[in-house]
Design a protein around this ligand. Structure first.
Ligand code: AHG
Ligand code: MN
Ligand code: MN
Ligand code: MN
Length: 331
């Protein structure tokens, strides 16, 4: 009987990381990550029940980037805000579903940027959605303002997502690689299932909404068309196209299998659709920590962008380093 009697839960992992990497750590990030963990469990619980308790469908409102808000967008947002508020470690919160910054009372020393439900347009069809987050530590002199989040992605201390699929899957980086955890609903614990995850350096999969290709610049069109031709290194086979339409699900597949994901800017939306603070930065940090790469439409490193507004967008190309390098030759 092979029972693993020494499983690594997220809570244990966080404490071990705290001891291993930052002997001066105050434990505040550990407490924040545990509050995040609760938010993911509670959102997962509501997503699983959504069809049973009429949580599918739209809420009848729109958010500041013009997205129609689904009921689960609003519920996920409220769950997340309450979890961050009660952690007493968060001072500033940016959410896709909140027009303005939220500044909490108390002495929290972290700023959190979140997309509470990513992929919500697919939610009624049962497609995997997820919660994306990025975390900054406030400068010692800061009392909590928009300056704590209008910063380069390189200043994030942690980032990741939880995808609510067949199981809830958390991908987390605290700047020392990427680790994957799976929620065991019986135990109520996220269990370490993919330690020190690395993305394959090359993989013949591209992931982009080609419905926008009429509006792309010619060099983006040529790059994608060339992937569809017989490839010498694939013994004459072309690349495969895979596009789910939920960034979390498309990125999860890209991290595990390799390939390249893109949401480029085009002639109708110069900066594309994905928001820098709570979609591009967290996914770029994960990709780089897993050995991949993430650039904008000009080939600049995503993490070095400096957002001017909390809902700013950027075109993005990210995934296997070998695949991003191939894209860069078309710029
Ligand atoms: P959100 O549901 O948080 O608004 O994000 C949706 C995003 C992202 O999940 C996905 O990659 C992209 O929208 C898909 O956009 P298209 O439907 O235009 O391809
Ligand atoms: Mn949205
Ligand atoms: Mn999103
Ligand atoms: Mn969203």
């Amino acid at each position: 009987m092979n029972v693993d009697t020494d499983i690594v839960t997220l809570t244990r992992f966080i404490l071990e990381e705290q001891q291993k990497y930052a002997p001066t750590a105050t434990g505040e990030l550990s407490l924040l990550l545990n509050s995040l963990q609760f938010a993911f469990k509670f959102i997962a619980h509501n997503i699983r029940r959504a069809e049973l308790v009429n949580l599918i469908g739209i809420s009848g409102t729109a958010n500041s980037t013009g997205d129609v808000q689904k009921k689960l967008d609003v519920i996920g947002d409220e769950i997340f805000i309450n979890a961050m508020k009660s952690s007493n470690n968060v001072k500033v919160l940016v959410s896709e579903e909140q027009e303005d910054l939220i500044v909490f009372e108390g002495g929290g020393r972290y700023a959190v940027c979140t997309d509470p439900i990513d992929g919500s347009s697919n939610i009624d069809a049962g497609v995997s959605v997820g919660t994306i987050f990025g975390i900054y530590r406030l400068d010692d002199s800061s009392t909590g303002s928009i300056r704590d989040v209008l910063r380069r992605g390189t200043e994030m201390v942690a980032a990741g997502y939880t995808m609510y699929g067949a199981s809830a899957h958390l991908m987390l980086t605290t700047g020392f690689g990427v680790n994957g955890f799976t929620l065991d609903t019986q135990l109520g614990e996220f269990i370490l299932t993919q330690p020190n995850l690395k993305i394959p350096n090359k993989k013949a999969i591209y992931s982009v909404n080609e419905g926008n290709s009429y509006y792309w610049p010619d060099n983006f069109k040529k790059y994608i068309e060339d992937l569809k031709k017989p490839q010498d290194e694939l013994k004459g086979k072309p690349y495969s196209a895979r596009y789910i339409g939920s960034m979390v699900a498309d990125i999860h597949r890209t991290l595990l299998y390799g390939g390249i994901f893109s949401y480029p800017g085009d002639s109708k939306s110069k900066n594309g659709k994905l928001r820098i603070l709570y979609e591009c930065f967290p996914m770029a940090m994960l990709m780089e920590q897993a050995g991949g790469a993430a650039v904008n439409d000009k080939g600049e490193r995503i993490l070095e962008l400096l957002p001017k507004g909390i809902h700013d967008k950027s075109g993005i190309w990210l995934g296997s380093k070998g695949e991003v390098d191939r894209f860069l030759t078309y710029l």
